[in-house]
Design a protein around this ligand. Structure first.
Ligand SMILES: [Zn+2]
Length: 155
């Protein structure tokens, strides 16, 4: 059986609330800045283009909760944006090294993987072969920042 995966950005409802408040959920103001190229945007799951208005906010990406549910910095568009509508691994992230960090259904961290450029998709499929894996975070290698989550698509 092929496991279909879902790639999860910062959800629109969270972005709407943060943009409306002008603050993230952790008290940091939403400060617009003009982007250079290449900032990983967690709203649209692509790299920024030169001149886009983006902001760095704090976000807690794990809906599973528990002590492993870290809060960290993410870039998002300042204004309403299309979000991520794709159904496959986000193209701009394919050639980036990544830490793939799996969690079980209780939010406990399982053994992660360091994926080299081009390896993330295959490594994800392998991780989800383990029925204990409920969620995987795709994170930056050096800073450890969350890029997006991956889960099994609901049947
Ligand atoms: Zn966006």
């Amino acid at each position: 059986m092929i496991t279909e995966l879902e790639f999860v950005p910062v959800p629109a409802r969270d972005l709407d609330r943060i943009r409306c408040n002008g603050y993230d959920d952790h008290g940091n103001p939403l400060v617009p800045r003009t982007s250079g190229a290449g900032a990983p945007l967690r709203c649209c799951l692509r790299l920024s283009r030169e001149g886009e208005q983006i902001a760095l906010i704090s976000y807690r990406p794990s809906e599973l909760g528990g002590p492993y549910a870290e809060i960290g910095p993410v870039f998002v568009h300042v204004e309403a944006c299309p979000g991520f509508t794709g159904s496959s691994f986000p193209a701009d992230f394919i050639d980036r090294r990544a830490v793939l960090r799996p969690y079980d259904a209780a939010g406990q961290m399982l053994e992660g993987v360091l994926a080299e450029p081009g390896e993330s998709e295959g490594e994800l499929k392998r991780l989800f072969d383990d029925p204990a894996v409920a969620l995987v975070h795709v994170r930056n290698v050096i800073a450890g920042c969350w890029n997006f989550s991956v889960r099994r698509k609901a049947a």
